[in-house]
Design a protein around this ligand. Structure first.
Ligand SMILES: [Zn+2]
Ligand SMILES: [Zn+2]
Length: 398
C-alpha cells in the first residue's frame, strides 16, 4: 500500500553520471541533476515487494570516490546502463531514509510500515543462485549493487526491494552515524573473519574502513592495535580512535612497486616480541601493503584481504605463506544480515564509545563532513571529500 497522503513530485534532485552527457574516461565527478522520481507503478504486481524511500542522509563511500575519479566501476555502470537501455545512473548506496510508500506485500511479509526509518544493504541479492540457496548471500552470483548496477540514493527518493532494508532506531543511533552503517558493516565483516579478542592486530591502511576497523578491533577486545598509514591526518585519527601506535611505511622502490618495507616489518616484530601480529588487515589496496600485511603476520596468523584492487599482484616469497601456515580471508560486503546485527549492537551499545567516536572523530562532529544537498556544488564537494575520510550528504535530514 502506498501512503495516500504522500504525493511525490514528478522529478527530483539527484547526483548522477550520464553516459550521453559525459564520456566515462574523459570526465570526473558527478552532476547535480533532475531525474524522474521513482514510482511504485504496480503496487500489486511488479512492485509488490518494493518500497519507496525518502532519503534523509547518504554517505559518500570509497567506491563513490572510485566513480568520482573514474578509477573503478566503469564497466559495471556502463554495462548495467546498456542493459537497462538508458544513460543516467543515480549514484550512492549508503542510506538512511524514511519509507513513504510500499507495495502490497511489504507489510505482511517484511513487517515494515510507512514512516519507518531504514538503512539498506547495498547488495541486492537474487535469492535463487547456489550461494543464496545455501545462505551465503553476500557472495550472490547475480547481485546488483545500488548506485552502481541499479539506481542509488544520492537522490531525494529511491525505490528498493524490502528484503534489502535494515530497520534503524534513531533513539539509539544518531542519524548521521546511522547513515554509515553500511561501510561500518564492511569493517565489522572484516573483523568477523577471525577471533580478535586478546589478539595483536595490524590495520594496514587507515582510510575510512581502516579507521572503523581500529575502533571495532578495540571494541572486540584486541590487545594491541597497530595502524599503518602514510597520511599524517589519517595517522592522527587512527591514534585518537585507539591505535596504540601508527607506523609510516616507506614508499616501495620505483622498479619494485609491489615490495614490502623491511623496516616496517622489523618494527612490527619489535612491537610483538619478535613474533608478528596475530591478524593483519590489508585496507590500503596497494600491492606493497598486501606484502606488508603478509610479512607482518606471525606464523599461524591470519591475513584479512579487503583493500586489494583490480588486476594482478605480486606476492613476495609465496612459499612462506604455506610454510608459515598463514590463513588468508577475503572480505566482500557484509554477511546479510548477521553483520548488520553485530553492527547494530556495536553502535547501539553506548558503553563501548564506538558510536561517539564515529561521530566525534571520523565525522568530526559534522564539521566539514555534512553537506546539504540543497547547497551541493561540485568543486566545494570535491574539496570536502579530499579533506575528510567520510562525508555525508543531507537530503531530508532534520
Ligand atoms: Zn560503500
Ligand atoms: Zn544469488
Amino acid at each position: 500500500m502506498a501512503d495516500p497522503g504522500t504525493v511525490l513530485p514528478d522529478t527530483m534532485g539527484a547526483l548522477t553520471f550520464d553516459s550521453k552527457r559525459e564520456e566515462w574516461a574523459r570526465s570526473t565527478g558527478l552532476v547535480k541533476d533532475r531525474v524522474p522520481t521513482p514510482r511504485l507503478a504496480e503496487p500489486d504486481g511488479a512492485d509488490r515487494s518494493n518500497v519507496l524511500i525518502e532519503v534523509m542522509y547518504a554517505g559518500f563511500c570509497g567506491s563513490d570516490r572510485g566513480i568520482w575519479w573514474r578509477k573503478a566501476f566503469g564497466d559495471m555502470i556502463l554495462g548495467s546502463l546498456a542493459e537497462e537501455g538508458k544513460s543516467t545512473r543515480v549514484v550512492g548506496h549508503e542510506l538512511l531514509g524514511r519509507i513513504v510508500g510500499m507495495g502490497d506485500r511489504v507489510a505482511e511479509k517484511y513487517g515494515y510500515s510507512v514512516g519507518q526509518v531504514v538503512s539498506t544493504e547495498s547488495h541486492i541479492v537474487c535469492g535463487t543462485c547456489f550461494q543464496c540457496r545455501v545462505g551465503d548471500t553476500h557472495v550472490c552470483a547475480k547481485d546488483k549493487i545500488i548506485g552502481i548496477s541499479t539506481d542509488g540514493c544520492f537522490a531525494q527518493y529511491v525505490k528498493l526491494p524490502a528484503k534489502a532494508l535494515w530497520p534503524t532506531d534513531l533513539d539509539k543511533i544518531r542519524p548521521e552515524v546511522a547513515a554509515v552503517q553500511e561501510p561500518f558493516g564492511n569493517a565489522v565483516h572484516a573483523c568477523q573473519a577471525t577471533e580478535l579478542r586478546g589478539k595483536r592486530v595490524a590495520v594496514i591502511g587507515c582510510g575510512t574502513i581502516g579507521l572503523f576497523a581500529i575502533l571495532i578491533a578495540r571494541g572486540m577486545g584486541a590487545s594491541q592495535v597497530i595502524g599503518v598509514d602514510t597520511d599524517p591526518h589519517h595517522a592522527e585519527l587512527a591514534r585518537r580512535l585507539g591505535a596504540d601506535v601508527v607506523l609510516t611505511p616507506a614508499s616501495p622502490p620505483a622498479d619494485r612497486p609491489h615490495a614490502s618495507d623491511p623496516e616496517l616489518i622489523a618494527r612490527v616484530q619489535e612491537l610483538t616480541e619478535g613474533a608478528g601480529v596475530d591478524v593483519a588487515m590489508e585496507m590500503a589496496g596497494f600491492n606493497s601493503s598486501l606484502n606488508n600485511a603478509i610479512k607482518s603476520t606471525r606464523r599461524g596468523g591470519h591475513v584479512v584481504l579487503f583493500g586489494v584492487k583490480n588486476g594482478d599482484a605480486i606476492i613476495e616469497d609465496i612459499h612462506r605463506i604455506v610454510m608459515n601456515g598463514l590463513q588468508l580471508h577475503a572480505i566482500v560486503g557484509r554477511r546479510i544480515f548477521e553483520t548488520w546485527e553485530l553492527t547494530r549492537s556495536l553502535l547501539e551499545n553506548r558503553a563501548n564509545g564506538i558510536q561517539d567516536a564515529v561521530w566525534e572523530v571520523i565525522l568530526n562532529k559534522g564539521e566539514g563532513t555534512m553537506v546539504d544537498f540543497a547547497d551541493w556544488e561540485r568543486q566545494a564537494f570535491e574539496d570536502r571529500i579530499k579533506a575528510h575520510p567520510k562525508v555525508v550528504i543531507r537530503f531530508a535530514g532534520h
